[in-house]
Design a protein around this ligand. Structure first.
Ligand SMILES: [Fe+2]
Length: 160
């Protein structure tokens, strides 16, 4: 959808937010683009299974229509092996949770790492939930991001 002329204004809004994330992460290579964009129309009773968005760096959802009862997205701990031993917790807190239910509203743009598994709970309302999703990756990934980093003063991973 991002190549449609009528998406130009929304694309600008999306890319401003993406560039803020790139700056906040202090990523040296800032040349990124939308690799795919699509609309999601979730009628009452619909849901979306756990998934991630392979071969991209960032993913996003822009909420167009959010009925009460269709106003959540769930982010899951991507470490599958964490479920091998799951004790019963007295209380769920920031040290033991394995998923987060995020409440969303119309006009919200949610950006997250593409590797972060997520799902959409059942739309329990009587209305459609409508959102626009897109993925972001580095424009010249193989030339600028993939090669080995031989610069000793440029960290590839954030340190303490
Ligand atoms: Fe998704």
């Amino acid at each position: 959808m991002h190549t449609l002329p009528e998406m130009e204004e929304l694309n600008g809004y999306f890319m401003n937010a993406v560039n803020e994330v790139i700056r906040a992460l202090s990523i040296k290579h800032k040349d990124v683009k939308i690799t795919g964009c699509w609309a999601n129309i979730g009628p009452p009773g619909s849901s979306h299974n756990v998934h991630n968005h392979p071969n991209n760096f960032l993913s996003a959802v822009y909420y167009v229509t959010v009925p009460q009862g269709g106003h959540r997205i769930t982010f899951h701990d991507p470490r599958y092996q964490i479920h091998v031993l799951t004790p019963v917790f007295e209380k769920i807190n920031e040290h033991n949770y394995v998923y987060v239910n995020s409440e969303v509203e119309e006009g919200l743009l949610l950006l997250f790492p593409s590797w972060l598994t997520h799902s959409v709970p059942v739309n329990t309302s009587n209305e459609r939930r409508i959102s626009i999703s897109f993925n972001i990756n580095f424009t010249d990934f193989t030339e600028q991001v993939s090669p080995p980093n031989w610069e000793p003063d440029v960290p590839t991973h954030p340190g303490p």
